[in-house]
Design a protein around this ligand. Structure first.
Ligand SMILES: NC(=O)c1ccc[n+]([C@@H]2O[C@H](COP(=O)([O-])OP(=O)(O)OC[C@H]3O[C@@H](n4cnc5c(N)ncnc54)[C@H](OP(=O)(O)O)[C@@H]3O)[C@@H](O)[C@H]2O)c1
Length: 293
């Protein structure tokens, strides 16, 4: 039986991917997170992966708090860059393919048209810089790597923009939401399906994967409120400058998924359809699940 290792398996995307692969792949799935493997520790990471001898390593583990990365620079690079190098070294020892999740924040936002895989990265924040370095390590260390850049994730198993809006709508009469950043909200369930399809068809290189269409955070927020019948909540569009967050973010980071369409025949559904499904899955109380195990 094939062995598949998921590192970062108890994160938001990791839980959906683990469930999908357990129900559909017919492989033996090893779902590891920081309790089983701390990817910052080189020797242990390499030894554990080598001992398990998987055919595929899905590397989802990351320090994903974009603002915290600005003040915890060392940790950001230790996890997102060096950690990725350690995972790659372990995978190379046993000839495993690595599927690495990267981000739209490798781009600077100056393009004003959807970013293609071969557009030059210019990360504006520490998180983006550390993920970009992780990409480079991986590409340098192995040819059998699939790097999937995605963006604006939400899912049932983690705190995210949708859950933040739903929570704030219960507490406040007015929400202030950034209106000068544009991207594509992406549902982890849809992303997990695409990751699985790309992996089984043995794709390599860099691919952009996101739900179709784009919007600003402001438009996303308003749509969420409309869909849950809370249109009466006042939403004020604000600029990134006004909210003073530690990390700079690109004003435009829509990912072109044309390569995914042309090479793999895949197009993810619109972000509005995916959002509808997600909200339905949250049920009547619209409260996301805790992280748990
Ligand atoms: N969320 C987004 O909008 C977004 C956008 C683009 C790309 N991505 C990428 O997609 C992937 C999945 O994102 P996500 O939102 O599902 O992330 P997530 O929920 O934060 O999950 C990441 C997991 O990695 C674990 N982890 C952190 N440091 C680790 C270490 N040193 N060793 C082993 N595990 C460690 C985390 O554990 P703790 O929670 O205990 O730290 C967490 O369970 C990440 O690679 C991320 O960079 C995410």
């Amino acid at each position: 039986m094939k062995r598949i290792l998921i590192v970062g398996a108890r994160g938001m995307l990791g839980k959906d991917l683990t469930a999908l692969l357990r129900s559909s792949s017919g492989a033996e799935i090893f779902a590891w997170d920081i309790e089983e493997i701390d990817i910052r520790v080189e020797k242990e990471t390499i030894a554990k992966i080598e001992a398990l001898h998987p055919e595929v390593v899905f590397h989802l583990a990351a320090f994903t708090q974009v603002d915290a990365c600005e003040s915890e620079v060392q940790k950001a690079f230790a996890v997102n860059a060096e950690g990725t190098k350690h995972v790659a070294l372990g995978a190379v020892r046993c000839g495993a393919k690595v599927v690495f999740l990267s981000t739209d924040y490798v781009f600077g936002g100056e393009k004003k048209a959807p970013y293609r895989e071969d557009d030059p990265p210019r990360p504006l924040n520490v998180y983006g810089q550390s993920k970009w370095q992780g990409e480079q390590y991986l590409q340098h260390l192995t040819e059998d790597a699939l790097i999937v850049r995605t963006q604006w994730l939400y899912g049932k198993f983690g705190s995210n923009f949708v859950t933040a809006i739903l929570r704030q709508a219960k507490e406040k009469e007015e929400l202030r939401i950034v209106a000068d950043q544009t991207g594509s909200p992406t549902y982890t369930v849809d992303l997990a399906r695409a990751l699985s399809a790309l992996t089984w068809q043995n794709f390599r290189g860099v691919y952009h994967v996101a739900n179709s269409g784009s919007c600003t955070w402001y438009e996303f927020g308003r749509t969420i409120l409309q869909r849950v019948g809370r249109s009466e909540v006042r939403v004020v569009p604000v600029s990134s400058e006004e909210i003073h967050r530690p990390a700079r973010r690109p004003s435009f980071s829509v990912l072109s998924c044309q390569k995914l369409k042309e090479r793999a025949g895949l197009t993810l559904r619109s972000w509005q359809e995916a959002l509808e499904d997600y909200l339905t899955s949250l049920g009547t109380d619209l409260t996301p699940c805790d992280k748990g195990t």
